[in-house]
Write a protein that binds this ligand. Structure first.
Ligand code: FAD
Length: 386
């Protein structure tokens, strides 16, 4: 191997990239793996609830023990005022896999990257990849701090899809949503995720490790603009019935974040010696609470796919991975639309859109002479969103 060349470059060190690097080290330890992460996981991030289903995935990449020893809060119930004003509880006692966790994401992401480094991956923090170009059979990646030549690329940059064009993929935006999030320095000791539908969208709140609390409002970006403004956000919070009382009066805001949270993904899922994983592959609505498990699972399968590519089985690897990507979110659009429709009891723009989307989802759509699916058409209608 040429000096400086790597078998696998993992671009992005969130849960998907870290799981890919860890799986690669376990599955094909002779292969050289470099993980390039633009940041340092020293800032707040959303994505706080890790469902119990993640346990098996964490075990598979060898991090279950350090994770269980870490400082994460058990999430014993999901409580929601969704179809009506009263709270309904789904307790983890009735869940076959038990309780999930309320995460400090920066802490969680650092734990995974430390494990990847210990397992033998070369982890480079502060290394943003700006472009990718084919160089013979390899990929040449241009970074903020030099170049990397890689036999294969695992593309796991979350909701940053800037590498789509050089890799030859298309971004498909299926629906808009924005999250207006604030973090606080007091936690009431409540081991539950609380969700409340409101005329402007929906809210969630949960305790986080280290006595922190997160409170977020999800709305359409064109409607929720004023939620960026602190005074409007606090006014809307005060009108909630179940979210506001869970914030201790002595709590001080310590950070805030506005983040895109709509549904989007790339097509194809894998190409010439590259594979997309995590949110880059398919970013789901946070209502589904499955972003991190999807990131871990797709990261692991992306590692198997690039390993097959390095063994000369490119087409088989791409076909298998595309099948996984397709199956992973089959049924997502109708299930999401039906779930939103159950809460659509206000005559506001946010809920009128959700009612219309649910109706379109129920209507059988056929496109004579066209390969477009009903699902795609629903998504397009949703993203036009009037
Ligand atoms: C408001 C909100 C709430 C959510 N709540 C939940 C929840 O409760 N439970 C859940 O499971 N999921 C939740 N999610 C989804 C979850 O946050 C994501 O699905 C998850 O973070 C995806 O992991 P990832 O590794 O694919 O991407 P990310 O975690 O986004 O990681 C991508 C990494 O790539 C790096 N990067 C980006 N560009 C480059 C580049 N050019 N070069 C190098 N590195 C780069 C970034 O710095 C980042 O560290 C939520 C999302 C939102 C928006």
């Amino acid at each position: 191997m040429r000096p400086g060349r790597t078998d696998v470059a993992v671009v992005g060190g969130g849960p998907a990239g870290a799981a890919a690097a860890l799986a690669m080290r376990r599955h094909a330890p002779a292969r050289r793996v470099v993980l390039l992460e633009a940041g340092r996981h020293d800032r707040v991030k959303p994505g706080e609830i890790l469902p119990a289903a993640a346990r098996g995935l964490l075990r598979q990449i060898g991090v279950l023990e350090p994770f269980l020893a870490g400082d994460f809060v058990e999430c014993r119930a999901v409580v929601s005022a969704w179809a009506g004003d009263a709270l309904e509880e789904r307790n983890s006692i009735f869940h076959a896999q038990g309780a999930g966790w309320q995460l400090d994401r920066a802490l969680f992401d650092r734990l995974l990257l430390e494990a990847a480094a210990t397992a033998g991956a070369e982890v480079r923090l502060g290394s943003a990849v700006h472009s990718a170009a084919r160089e013979g059979q390899d990929w040449q990646l241009k970074l903020s701090d030099g170049n990397v030549v890689a036999g294969t690329v695992i593309w796991a940059t979350g909701r940053n899809w800037k590498l789509a064009r050089p890799l030859g993929a298309k971004l498909r935006v299926h629906g808009q949503l924005a999250a207006y999030i604030r973090f606080f320095d007091r936690a009431p000791g409540d081991c539950r995720l609380v969700i409340e539908a409101r005329p402007e969208g929906w809210w969630y709140t949960a305790d986080l490790p280290r006595q922190r609390r997160v409170v977020a409002c999800l709305s359409d970006p064109d409607l929720g603009g004023e939620l960026r403004n602190a005074a409007s956000w606090y006014r809307a919070l005060a009108a909630t019935r179940h979210i506001a009382p869970l914030l201790p009066s002595s709590a001080r805001e310590i950070a805030s974040l506005a983040k895109s949270a709509g549904t989007a993904g790339v097509d194809p899922a894998a190409g010439e010696r590259w594979v997309a994983a995590g949110d880059t592959l398919f970013a789901a609505d946070p209502l589904s609470s499955r972003g991190i498990t999807h990131a871990l699972r797709s990261g692991i399968l992306a590692a198997y796919a690039v390993s097959d590519m390095l063994d000369g089985q490119d087409e088989l690897a791409r076909t298998r991975y595309a099948m996984f990507a397709e199956q992973g979110f089959a049924g997502y659009a109708p299930a999401l639309a039906a779930h939103y429709a159950a809460a659509a009891r206000w005559d506001t723009a946010f809920w009128r859109r959700r009612r219309r989307q649910a109706e379109e989802e129920r209507r059988p759509v056929t496109f004579p002479g066209s390969s477009r699916s009903a699902k795609e058409s629903w998504f397009e209608a949703k993203s036009e969103g009037t």
